[in-house]
Design a protein around this ligand. Structure first.
Ligand code: MSP
Length: 533
């Protein structure tokens, strides 16, 4: 974990992932959202902004309690074990630079959740009542009868987990969610960017228009949760507890300066299955307590396997580590964002990953980097020459780069269109390859006249300078590969650390100084072994 964020001064650009249930180890679907958030926040850090990137784990509720019981340990022991052995190590392995990791069993969270809920109770926003309905433990949510599927034996199934729901009857406490419909609709109307993509926004709007029912916010049939402060026979509903992580992790009720410098989140990244919690319940909770609403709820699609949502029980055996050991961590980070339009569902296949790796990473990008370094070595002894006369071909590249920078900055930084932003950079990679193919520096090198030397210097300088910009633009997506390229270009002595390079300035031409020492460096994208059978 690289803690690079800070909370002093202006408000930080604050991005969160969902906090994950620790009933099992993380899978590709969890890693997908966490990598997306990492790329988004690295991008903003490289714009020079103050950033706060939060992830963590959701540790209360029946689902965790039952898993711990089945494994013969206490729920706390189970959570501690999973966090330490599975969750934190995976994020470290994937190069996730989160600024904090919140666990809902921490005192900094539990104490503040009690205060928040007590404040709502004191305002009359919470009242005692009764409820009976079908409950899915997988979702930790009461379902509406109309949403359920019918199993082969006539039993009612959760539409997401395809497992039987349980009929739950409880006396518990309710939050007056039903009263917030009109204000929520007004907010969606006034802030069309609040829910992304459009399809998700439409779904939420029509759900709220149908009318909201009050939300049961406590449970009394089990005790693995945060006790309700005014009635300790109950624990707080796990979703109310979980959503509050976004506030407690940044100092809610504990550190006013930090809280004001960070909260609310600019972007909550969520899977589409947990959209309503974030776009309906969470803003209503905030409204009820007079707190500001987040800037955007961005719903991503699901990674699918064989037409089904990839899940802990439907993994087809592929773990993130199986893919990183084959393709490398950077290619892994790149692939899912490059191949799937953010917001849509996407299927994973070894064939598609292999094809894209080979054509875009190894052939287009990796070869470009190694060819340029090799030619600077061969023709100029590894010292980057000064560019001579610049012609139309070079000017076209300067323009191509300016377009790539503007597109990538808008798409990744503003629109969360990772696939589009990455594609813009790879279009430029292709353009540089095309430039070399046309200019044929290897032929120019055969001519030893001063004009030809001048031309050769211009071509190689132009290509190396293009790579300098590519390294900067791809750094948020593929940090180690960009770092290796940065070193091979000998950029650090003149330009400083790669992480300090501004993405929006990457197109300023001529930054890499002539005289830099260019070395061959390591192969960025090695040839792949045969995939495991
Ligand atoms: N604990 C709640 C979130 C609380 S946030 C205040 C939760 N946890 S989860 O572990 O079940 O799921 C976390 C996220 O993983 C959700 O956003 C969910 O959409 C996502 N994914 C689970 N399977 C997925 C795929 N197959 N593909 C993409 N994302 C998926 O819900």
């Amino acid at each position: 974990m690289a803690a690079t964020g800070s909370t002093a001064g202006a408000k930080a650009y604050y991005v969160s992932t969902p906090i994950y249930y620790v009933n099992d180890a993380p899978h590709l679907g969890h890693a997908y959202t966490t990598v997306a958030g990492d790329v988004l926040t690295r991008w903003h850090r490289q714009r020079g902004e103050k950033v706060w990137y939060l992830t963590g784990t959701d540790e209360h509720g029946q689902k965790i309690m039952r898993t711990a019981e089945a494994n013969g340990v206490s729920p706390q022991e189970w959570c501690d074990r999973l966090v330490a052995d599975a969750w934190k190590p995976l994020w470290e392995h994937l190069g996730i630079a989160n600024d904090d990791f919140i666990r809902t069993t921490e005192r900094r969270h539990t104490d503040r959740v009690r205060e928040f809920v007590q404040a709502l109770y004191d305002k009359g926003e919470i009242y005692p009542g009764g409820y009976e309905g079908p409950y899915c433990v997988g979702c930790e949510e009461y379902k509406l009868p109309g949403e359920l599927l019918e199993g082969e034996g006539g039993e009612k199934l959760c539409p997401i987990h395809k497992r039987p729901v349980e009929l739950l009857k409880e006396e518990n406490y309710f939050f007056r969610l039903s009263e917030y419909g009109p204000r929520l609709l007004e907010h969606y109307e006034a802030h069309p960017e609040f829910i992304q993509p459009e399809s998700a926004r439409n779904e939420v709007v029509s759900f709220v228009r149908q009318g909201l029912t009050d939300l049961s916010i406590s449970r009394s049939t089990f005790d693995w949760g945060i006790p309700v402060p005014w009635d300790e026979r109950h624990v707080i509903y796990v979703w109310v507890d979980a959503l509050l992580n976004y506030a407690t992790a940044v100092g809610y009720g504990a550190d006013a300066e930090r809280f004001e410098g960070t909260f609310p989140a600019d972007v909550h990244l969520v899977g589409k299955d947990i959209l309503r919690f974030h776009a309906v319940i969470w803003p209503a909770m905030l409204m009820a307590n007079g707190l500001p609403l987040p800037g955007k709820i961005a719903a991503n699609g699901w990674l699918m396997v064989g037409g089904e949502k990839m899940s802990k029980s439907n993994l087809t055996g592929i773990k993130p580590q199986d893919l990183t050991s084959h393709f490398g961590v950077d290619a892994y980070r790149w692939y899912f964002l490059r191949a799937i339009a953010f917001g849509s569902d996407g299927s994973f296949s070894w064939e598609d990953f292999t094809a894209r790796y080979t054509s875009e990473l190894a052939n287009d990008y990796g070869n470009l980097a190694s060819r340029v370094a090799a030619m600077v070595g061969r023709y100029f002894g590894g010292t980057l020459p000064e560019a001579g006369t610049v012609g139309d071909a070079e000017r076209a590249l300067h323009e191509g780069l300016a377009t790539a920078v503007a597109e990538a900055d808008r798409r990744v930084g503003e629109e969360l269109d990772f696939a589009g932003g990455i594609a813009a950079v790879f279009d430029f990679v292709k353009q540089v390859n095309g430039y070399l193919t046309e200019q044929e520096p290897w032929k120019v090198a055969k001519d030893t006249s001063p004009e030809a030397r001048d031309r050769l210097a211009t071509i190689l300088y132009t290509a190396a300078e293009s790579l300098r910009a590519i390294a900067v633009l791809l750094h948020p997506v593929m940090p180690s590969t960009s770092q290796a390229l940065w070193e091979s270009l000998g950029a650090a002595p003149a330009l400083g650390e790669l992480a300090d390079q501004r993405v929006q300035d990457a197109g300023t031409w001529g930054r890499l100084p002539a005289g830099s020492t260019v070395t061959k460096g390591k192969v960025l994208f090695p040839r792949l072994e045969e995939p495991p059978a």
